[in-house]
Design a protein around this ligand. Structure first.
Ligand SMILES: NC(=O)c1ccc[n+]([C@@H]2O[C@H](COP(=O)([O-])OP(=O)(O)OC[C@H]3O[C@@H](n4cnc5c(N)ncnc54)[C@H](OP(=O)(O)O)[C@@H]3O)[C@@H](O)[C@H]2O)c1
Length: 272
C-alpha cells in the first residue's frame, strides 16, 4: 500500500463514472483510504450508497446512456472544475457500463443501443471534453474494458464488441498522448462479483466462485498497474492466461469456442 499511496500522491482530483456500485465504488473507497485528501466527482444514476461522510465526494446524478444527458453531465463537471480548479493531477476513470445476454437483438434493440451509448459514446465524449483539463494539470485515464474484449462474445455480441472498442481505443489513445503528461490504462477484468450479472439478465453466481474476483481485488490490481505506468492490465492470473490463450486462436475459432462457453447460460442461468 505504501507504494500505491506514493504513486497516487501527485493526484488531487478523480472523476469516475459508475461509482455507485461494484468496481467504481471500490475505486473510490480504496483510493480514499490510501490518499484521504483526494476529491472525487462521481457520475451515475444512483447516489453512492456507502458512508461518504469522510470522503470529498461530489455526485452528479446522470444517465450516461442518453446522449443529451452526457452533454449535461460534461457541462456540470467542467463547471465544477472551473469553480474549484485541481491542485494536482487529474484521474478520469471511465467505468460505467453494462452487458446484456441473449440472441441479438434480444432483449431488445433499444437496450443494445443504450449499451453502445454508455459503454462507448459516453467514454469517448467525456474523455474528449476533459482532455484540455487533463493536459493542463497532467494526469491519467483508466478505461474499464473486460476480458470480453479479447474475442467475439456470442450471446453477448454487442457487449463484447463495445469492450473490444474500449481496449483498442485506450491503447491507441495512449500512444497519441505520449509527451503530453497524460496517459491511458485499459483495465480488463474477468468475472467480478458485482451487480453486473444481474443487470445483464443472469443470476448472481452465474460464474463459479473460483473463477470470479472481488471488485476490491480488481481495483487494487488496476491501481498497481497505474502507478507502475502500464497501459493494459488483465486482472487475475487465470484471466490473464485465458486472454493470452484465446488471442492465439484465429478469430472465427475463438468465436466458436466462446459461443459454446456462453451458450450454457442460455438454458441454465437466464433470469428473464
Ligand atoms: N462484473 C464483471 O464481471 C465485469 C467484468 C469485466 C468488465 N466489467 C466492467 O466493469 C464496469 C463496472 O461494472 P461492475 O462490474 O462494477 O457492475 P455494476 O455493479 O453493475 O456497476 C455498474 C456501474 O455503472 C453505472 N451505470 C450503469 N448504467 C449507467 C447509466 N445509464 N448511466 C450512468 N452510469 C451507469 C452504475 O451506476 P447506476 O446504476 O447508479 O447508474 C454502476 O455504478 C463495467 O464497465 C463493466 O462492463 C465488469
Amino acid at each position: 500500500m505504501a507504494s500505491l499511496s506514493e504513486g497516487l500522491r501527485s493526484f488531487s482530483t478523480v472523476i469516475v463514472t459508475g461509482g455507485s456500485s461494484g468496481i467504481g465504488k471500490s475505486f473510490i473507497k480504496l483510493m480514499q483510504s490510501v490518499h484521504p485528501t483526494l476529491r472525487f466527482c462521481n457520475l451515475s444514476r444512483r447516489n453512492p450508497t456507502f458512508d461518504t461522510n469522510n470522503i470529498r465526494l461530489r455526485h452528479i446524478a446522470t444517465d450516461l446512456a442518453q446522449p443529451a444527458e452526457i452533454r449535461r453531465a460534461v457541462a456540470e463537471v467542467l463547471a465544477w472544475l472551473k469553480s474549484d480548479p485541481p491542485t494536482g493531477k487529474v484521474l478520469l476513470i471511465n467505468n460505467s457500463g453494462f452487458g446484456g445476454y441473449g440472441r441479438f437483438p434480444d432483449p431488445e434493440l433499444g437496450h443494445q443501443l443504450e449499451m453502445i451509448d454508455l459503454n462507448v459514446r459516453a467514454l469517448v465524449e467525456l474523455t474528449g471534453h476533459l482532455m484540455p483539463t487533463l493536459r493542463q494539470h497532467g494526469g491519467a485515464i483508466i478505461n474499464v474494458a473486460s476480458t470480453a474484449a479479447f474475442q467475439p462474445t456470442p450471446w453477448m455480441a454487442v457487449y463484447g464488441a463495445t469492450k473490444a472498442f474500449v481496449l483498442h481505443w485506450s491503447l491507441a489513445l495512449n500512444q497519441e498522448l505520449k509527451g503530453t503528461g497524460v496517459r491511458a490504462l485499459a483495465v480488463c477484468p474477468g468475472p467480478t462479483a458485482t451487480e453486473f450479472f444481474k443487470r445483464a439478465g443472469l443470476q448472481q453466481g452465474s460464474v463459479s466462485d473460483h473463477l470470479s474476483m472481488s471488485s476490491d481485488a480488481v481495483v487494487l490490481a488496476s491501481l498497481e498497474a497505474l502507478v507502475a505506468g502500464r497501459t493494459q492490465v488483465v486482472t487475475g492470473w487465470k484471466n490473464w492466461l485465458g486472454a493470452v490463450l484465446i488471442t492465439k486462436l484465429p478469430k472465427p475459432m475463438a468465436a466458436w469456442m466462446a459461443a459454446k462457453a456462453l451458450a450454457h447460460f442460455r438454458f441454465k442461468k437466464v433470469v428473464r
